[in-house]
Write a protein that binds this ligand. Structure first.
Ligand code: PMP
Length: 308
């Protein structure tokens, strides 16, 4: 990884090699932090970079922080400006990932959420594809279950909870699959290790509801909007059985890092013709063109970095 030259830590822009924290940091010891993953798209024809749905990511960080008893260090507008300023200082001219972290910064021993200080950090790094596949991913249903709201809430993007994602991703990768799909404790389809999931069934989109322990994904909500507005395809949010995966017409995963990833195989059963289905392909190219500002619809989703 070749991160940007500068990071933002404790209220200051600092060289990345100086953005360091103590090994006693509470969040490092206990996973008591929350974070976001945001993408900025480079548009070479316009010599412009667009951050996709920037304020919506900070709104989710605010909600994650609430759960962990932490406030944002500044208003959402101010955090958006700091993010754009960091991207400018780092002079990125390629697709870039942005990682804000809100975390318990006290250097004390003792597992809890109260009576602790917190801090905010931000760094950026170029990022291409997150799930590396030629045309479509081969996925498996994980032997690991998704965390539940009464154990570690999936609705918040909590650092410690990502051990759940790491366990399922590593099992899938070491077994030769591109991604894992995790089920809820009641056996319903929840999501990928770091992506939400959609099925195409008889011309409509079907996706698990937030109550099936998914992260309420920003890409998920973007695709629901685009599918309805542009393609006239409705989305049904309902619980999905494991075996519905095997008989779906199309399946795709989606997330900020992953973007739209067609699924060609689940547990060695072919989905459609094993490649990217027609609805998936259409949504994938609409999403990528809108995020990059090639398709100029939904300007409210794009924050320009260089020509403001
Ligand atoms: N689920 C999980 C567990 C994730 O980590 C992510 C990536 N943030 C997603 C879903 C997709 O969310 P988003 O579209 O907001 O990136």
């Amino acid at each position: 990884m070749n991160p940007g030259k500068y990071a933002y830590l404790s209220g200051n822009f600092v060289p990345i090699e100086e953005a360091k924290i103590s090994i006693m940091t509470h969040a490092f010891n206990y996973g008591t932090g929350c974070f976001e993953g945001i993408r900025a798209y480079w548009n070479p024809d316009q010599s412009e970079m667009y951050v996709f749905r920037l304020a919506d990511h900070y709104k989710r960080l605010e909600r994650s922080g609430k759960l962990l008893m932490m406030d944002l260090p500044a208003s959402i507008d101010e955090l958006c400006n700091i993010t754009v300023e960091l991207l400018r200082r780092n002079e990125h001219k390629e697709d870039t990932y942005i990682r804000p972290l809100l975390y318990k910064s006290s250097t004390v021993i003792g597992v809890r959420l109260h009576d602790l200080e917190h801090d905010f950090a931000l760094f950026t790094s170029p990022m291409g594809q997150y799930v590396e596949v030629e045309e479509a991913a081969k996925v498996c249903v994980s032997s690991w279950q998704r965390v539940t709201d009464n154990s570690a809430p999936a609705r918040a993007k909590i650092t410690g909870t990502y051990i759940n994602a790491a366990l399922s991703k590593t099992e899938a990768s070491l077994d030769g699959y591109d991604e894992a799909i995790v089920l809820t404790d009641s056996g319903h389809v929840s999501e990928g290790s770091a992506e939400n999931i959609f099925l195409v069934m008889d011309g409509v989109l079907v996706t698990p509801p937030v109550s099936d322990n998914i992260l309420s994904g920003i890409t998920r909500s973007t695709l629901i909007t685009i599918a309805k507005d542009i393609l006239g395809i409705p989305t049904i949010e309902r619980s999905i059985d494991r075996t519905e995966l095997y008989v779906a017409d199309e399946i795709f995963l989606c997330g900020t890092g992953a973007q739209v990833v067609p699924v060609g195989e689940v547990d060695r059963r072919r989905i459609g013709n094993g490649g990217a289905g027609p609805v998936t392909s259409e949504l994938k190219s609409l999403y990528e063109n809108i995020a990059r500002g090639i398709d100029e619809r939904y300007p409210e989703w794009r924050t320009p970095v260089y020509n403001r």
